[in-house]
Design a binder for this molecule. Sequence first.
Ligand SMILES: Cc1cc2nc3c(=O)[nH]c(=O)nc-3n(C[C@H](O)[C@H](O)[C@H](O)COP(=O)(O)OP(=O)(O)OC[C@H]3O[C@@H](n4cnc5c(N)ncnc54)[C@H](O)[C@@H]3O)c2cc1C
Length: 385
Amino acid sequence: MTGTLPAEAETVIIGGGIMGLGIAYELARRGRSDVVVLERSYLASGASGRNGGGVRMQWSTEMNIRLMQESIEICRAFASEMGINIWLRQGGYLFLARTEAERARMERNVALQQRCGVPTEMIEPRHIRRIVPELNTDGIVAACYNPRDGIVFPWPFLWGYAARAAELGVSLHLYTAVTAIEHLGPRGFLVHTSKGLVRAERVINAAGAWSPEVARMVGIQLPNYPHRHEILSTEPLKPFLRPMVSVLQSGLYFSQSMRGEIVTGITVPDEARQVRLGSRLLFLELLAREIVRLVPQFAGVKVLRQWAGPYDISPDGHPILGEAPGVPGFYLCCGFVGHGFMMAPVVARYYAEWLCGGPRHPIFDRCTLSRFSGSPIDPEEMIIG
Ligand SMILES: Cc1cc2nc3c(=O)[nH]c(=O)nc-3n(C[C@H](O)[C@H](O)[C@H](O)COP(=O)(O)OP(=O)(O)OC[C@H]3O[C@@H](n4cnc5c(N)ncnc54)[C@H](O)[C@@H]3O)c2cc1C
């Protein structure tokens, strides 16, 4: 994963998160392994190493529902295909509504999910405790539950992609920051890094919350922006919780890890649009109040670790994909908000398929940068955090 930087490559991928590594692996698997991945820090240093590992089919747009159905199938096959256990547990996702407006939205989404073949069901408040008996359902007006949603352990996912991509010939360079990009017209790009230069026919910007910075290196302005998202894990408790539970109103979510820790986050409003990774007391206060209201037994449980990662917010909740207008050969793969981990397996697969001359999946026509200056698409509503 280190070594001398090659002078040339067909494809340079900027960012060694789940997106960059996923695309690298999928390209190499199709015989296009002349790929250099440039990561300025350690593996899993970005959002991909800091997230909650949730994978779900419960969305408000058909595009996301269908993509995530496929993604979960890829997750299910990941261990056997990649030779690494990602600890996928399909314990479901239980969403809770506190208002009538949320209930109405939930009913619409559940109907759409069912039309797409997802077995999500509306749950009456009096039946919620059949799924999680410990919940205090006071003030909850409705819930929905899909037993096939689940949780993965993010790190082995990255390690699996990185190891298999490297075996197939991809050159992965950690601690190698991209500092400038020269567009050489039809001759491609000269990518300047902290370790030297690489000439590339094609560059893929998979730099997550830092992608606007990278895009500016070729004169492209992106509408996505970083937003700090905090999360914590507690001391281990005796395993009792199968699903991920989430409250729509507050953006609270929590699940229980294989080791028994409660892993939980919540939306904290009014954040600056910068990558900030510090931990705040405000987050702890908001989270403690909301989670203890919902599960009174959590009062007094010790917090072991609190951390933050950058959400990469796109204005309509959908990613920004495809070739950047006016810069042929410069591809975008960013703006995944708080659900990029679960989208990565399927997006990486379709991206590589298209770049290798195969069919172009409709997401590359819908999720363009140009939609923000003319042809908007339906925003995604089921964003948590
Ligand atoms: C707390 C939290 C919880 C989340 N929970 C979930 C969840 O439950 N489910 C889910 O699906 N998603 C979740 N997400 C979102 C998910 O983690 C991201 O959408 C996904 O990891 C994005 O992957 P990425 O590869 O685009 O970005 P990243 O993983 O951030 O990777 C980008 C990489 O680019 C590198 N980079 C940046 N600039 C440069 C440069 N100039 N040169 C070289 N390298 C550079 C960075 O160091 C970084 O490693 C969560 C995110 C957070 C923060």
